[in-house]
Ligand binder design. Structure first.
Ligand code: ADP
Length: 251
């Protein structure tokens, strides 16, 4: 039995998958917290336990911003490469990957699961999960319940490109008596428009896969689809794209 573990240790969440003979068998996610190496170790141990395997039975490949500290892996690979590979597993013939993560966002042009070109925003929180988290906090809402406030027909406009100014804008909207639903709709559109602006810097070809922690928010997918005028797909394993790519990497 050929078993591989891929670990994508991101700024916010540490994701891991265990593939057996190239097929996704187990997945695990934990907060990255203050110690990426420790979170990655916990993810690996949980995957091994679930599969009833030992460390010696599997090859381990690490990716993500915390990968350098993961000294128990057999190999480390950049996250862009892993995202392209993982996206190809989730959506065969994918040509564009839009990844919206905890503290960065990236758009990758892909051919045959390999990177053709990419654009990345890792300088500014706008258009990332951090923006969503800060906005949700300002609204007194937990990120996990954010989606319950998304009603298609309601949304304000949040125009500030900077998270700090957008926060002030949200405070003003609340003072104006706008509902949480209207503000939540505006936040989602704002995140999607930042990602769409990034995507505009490369040629966006179908099929397009949305990945990263925010891919589970239907409002983001829909808003991106409207803004880019192209069908956008997602997968229940979209947040694991990088980890899947790591697990598929040759040792
Ligand atoms: P990273 O790789 O940078 O750690 P991820 O792609 O794992 O990031 O995404 C983490 C982000 O996804 C966090 O900002 C988190 O708040 C957000 N997130 C995860 N699940 C949800 C959800 N159900 N609704 C909204 N945001 C979510």
């Amino acid at each position: 039995m050929k078993a591989r573990i891929g670990i994508d240790c991101g700024s916010t969440a540490c994701k891991g998958v265990l593939l057996i003979e190239g097929t996704l068998a187990f997945s695990c996610i934990k907060p990255t917290g203050w110690n990426p190496k420790e979170s990655a170790r916990l993810v690996m141990e949980e995957l091994l336990k679930n599969a009833e395997l030992c460390r010696e039975d599997v090859g381990v490949v690490a990716t993500g911003y915390g990968r350098v500290g993961i000294d128990f892996s057999d190999r480390t690979v950049t996250e862009i490469t892993c995202h392209a590979l993982g996206a190809g597993y989730l959506l065969p013939d994918v040509r564009t990957v839009i990844d919206i993560g905890g503290q960065d966002s990236k758009v990758i042009a892909v051919k045959d699961s390999r990177v053709v070109s990419f654009q990345m925003n890792d300088k500014c929180a706008a258009g990332t999960g951090r923006f969503l988290e800060m906005s949700a906090h300002r609204m007194g809402v937990d990120v996990s319940e954010f989606s319950t406030f998304l009603k298609a027909e309601k949304s304000c406009s949040i125009s500030s490109m900077c998270v700090v100014f957008a926060d002030s804008e949200i405070i003003s909207l609340m003072a104006d008596g706008k509902t949480r639903e209207e503000i939540a709709g505006g936040i989602v559109k704002a995140v999607a428009s930042r990602a769409a602006a990034l995507a505009a810097r490369i040629e966006v070809c179908p099929k397009v896969l949305l990945t990263g922690g925010l891919s589970g928010l239907e409002g983001i997918r829909k808003s991106l689809e409207n803004q880019l005028n192209i069908p956008i797909e997602t997968s229940i394993y979209s947040q694991y794209a990088g980890a899947i790519g790591a697990a598929l990497t040759k040792l």
